[in-house]
Design a protein around this ligand. Structure first.
Ligand code: 5GP
Length: 213
């Protein structure tokens, strides 16, 4: 399913984060707070064939496109990854990510486990972060509270959450979202620690190291 892009071969300055969670785990809220706290990260806006929910705007939460347009983009190898999730197509456009990473910007992808697997194959250095809800009951409650999906959709998403949870071991970091502030601090800690990794620091402070080594 994953197209083969040449991105991984190029020298990237920014870091790629993959954030995955069952629907209703609070991923989007958490990511929104992360972006507000850290201007160095930009989130990739995915394409989807799902209908917009109330309040969602084209080009902001998603690029909303038709199935044929999505299939054309697959055929054109436009996606870094794509998957069918809950009966709709979702995909990450490759072009914006390449530009951002090469410009030294960190990029965050909010994608499901199938997309995460595809991206990890192309970017082994990407950091995978899995957000876990405090319980399945709480997950169902949050989905109902959102009141944007039908009962049938909610039931399907709760069932899918169990399936998604089975992939938790494929991720580097796990954050339990039982308290938004604590979960946000955990996420900020992951980003901060990633920026302190030796290769990133060597690149960022190359002049300093040149004077000392
Ligand atoms: P929602 O419809 O609730 O916004 O998203 C449903 C699921 O699709 C979530 O698990 C979300 O992470 C996933 N998703 C959103 N965008 C993408 C994408 O570009 N690629 C993949 N593989 N999954 C995505």
């Amino acid at each position: 399913m994953a197209p083969s892009h040449s991105l991984a071969d190029k020298t990237m300055c920014g870091h790629l984060y993959i954030v995955t969670a069952p629907s209703g785990a609070g991923k989007t809220t958490l990511v929104r707070h992360l972006l507000a706290n850290d201007p160095g990260i930009r989130v990739s806006v995915s394409h989807t064939t799902r209908a917009p929910r109330a309040g969602e705007r084209d080009g902001f939460e998603y690029h909303f496109i038709g199935v044929q347009d999505f299939l054309d983009k697959i055929a054109n190898n436009d996606f870094l990854e794509w998957a069918q999730v809950h009966g709709n197509y979702y995909g990450t456009s490759a072009s914006g990510i390449e530009v951002a990473l090469q410009a030294g910007q960190d990029v965050l992808l909010e994608i499901d486990w199938q997309g995460a697997q595809q991206v990890r194959r192309q970017f082994p250095a990407a950091s995978g972060i899995f957000i876990v809800p405090p319980s399945i009951d709480e997950l169902g409650r949050r989905l109902r509270e959102r009141a944007t999906d039908s009962d049938e959709t909610i039931a399907r998403r709760v069932a899918a959450a169990r399936e998604e949870m089975r992939h938790v071991d494929e991720f580097d970091y796990v954050i339990i979202n039982d308290d938004l502030q604590r979960a946000l601090h955990d996420l900020l800690a992951v980003v901060r620690a990633t920026r302190l990794r030796c290769p990133a620091q060597r690149q960022r402070h190359s002049i300093l190291f040149a004077t000392m080594l």
